[in-house]
Ligand binder design. Structure first.
Ligand code: CP
Length: 317
């Protein structure tokens, strides 16, 4: 696991190793141990070309808990605005002896581009690329589900509700849920917000909220991602809430122990009302907390892959 770019193609055992490693770090966090020395002497650059609250800050906290040095590049205040190319920005940061890039970008494939062009000793972690993938978000969601519902994903029905078409989070969640052998994965969305390849993703598709969440154990709500819609036909926010907004009343058709999740940011009164977002079924803030341990796990595992490869090379010489 030299880079962490997508969930697609990763094995059940790798995903389980990430969750188990995160569990060990979550224990460290719970014991108020501030730092572990695993990445001491390493330099990690957070390179966010798109806005972020949760992902950027939990990556930063995760790096600090692993004792790494962290640089946060403010792209709007960088020489990218003077016309420097992405590749030149990359080469200049590399010249500062960086060990890892955490990249968020509006273009699908941006993290893969970085991974293809960095020096061999550098890891690239995808913090969200266009509508393609947000793999650490999916893993912190799996971690949250496992903590709340236990390790047997096979007995779970999970519904992902909302703007699936533009959602990198949904794509990564679907791959993770299927790889972990989840009993039933549903997507629930208006016809205009279902991706064209939905059937090939191994999910059941619903266009009616109550039918889609009936008897489910976990509901993952998503926001309308207007920044990626580019003129798509859309209901107004009021109409959308009327048809797909999650309320206490609608929640009653799900399993009585249903867990409600959302990757954030929430648009209250659009995809869900505050009673649900802040209610007893919601684990939305726990998801954020778990992001630290999961990102510590991915950072330590990718760095270990380099150390192992270097040790192997020395042995071969
Ligand atoms: N879930 C998520 O990616 O949130 P941010 O955009 O705040 O990082």
């Amino acid at each position: 696991l030299r880079h962490f770019l997508t969930i697609e193609g990763l094995s059940h055992s790798i995903l389980t190793e990430i969750l188990d490693t995160a569990e060990s770090f979550a224990g460290v966090t719970a014991q108020q141990v501030k730092k572990v020395p695993l990445l001491r002497g390493k330099t990690i650059v957070n390179l966010f070309f798109e806005a972020s609250t949760r992902t950027r800050t939990t990556f930063e906290l995760a790096a600090k808990r692993l004792s790494a040095d962290v640089l946060n590049i403010n792209i709007d205040a960088s020489s990218a605005v003077k016309g420097e190319t992405l590749l030149d920005t990359l080469r200049n940061l590399e010249a500062m002896h960086v060990d890892m890039f955490v990249v968020r970008h509006a273009d699908s494939g941006a993290a893969h581009f970085f991974a293809r062009h960095v020096a061999p000793h550098i890891s690239v972690l995808n913090a969200g690329d266009g509508r393609h993938a947000h793999p650490t978000q999916a893993m912190l969601d799996m971690f949250t589900i496992r903590r709340v519902k236990g390790p047997d994903f096979g007995r779970l029905r999970v519904a992902i509700v909302g703007d699936i078409m533009h959602s990198r989070v949904a794509r990564s969640q679907i791959h993770a849920l299927n790889t972990l052998n989840t009993g039933e994965v549903r997507i629930v969305a208006p016809k205009t917000l279902v991706p064209v390849d939905a059937e090939s993703l191994g999910v059941q598709v619903f266009h009616d909220l109550e039918a889609g969440i009936r008897d489910v154990d976990v509901i993952i709500m998503l926001r309308l991602q207007r920044e990626r819609m580019q003129g798509a036909m859309l209901p107004s926010e009021h109409e959308y809430f009327h048809l797909f907004g999650l309320t206490e009343q609608r929640l009653a058709v799900a399993d009585p122990d249903v867990t409600v999740m959302h990757p954030g940011p929430i648009n209250r009164g659009v995809e869900m009302d505050s009673q649900v977002a802040d209610g007893p079924r919601s684990v939305i803030l726990e998801q954020v907390t778990h992001g630290i341990a999961v990102r510590m796990a991915v950072m330590s595992m990718t760095m270990r892959a380099h150390t192992d490869a270097e040790a192997q090379e020395k042995q071969n010489v």
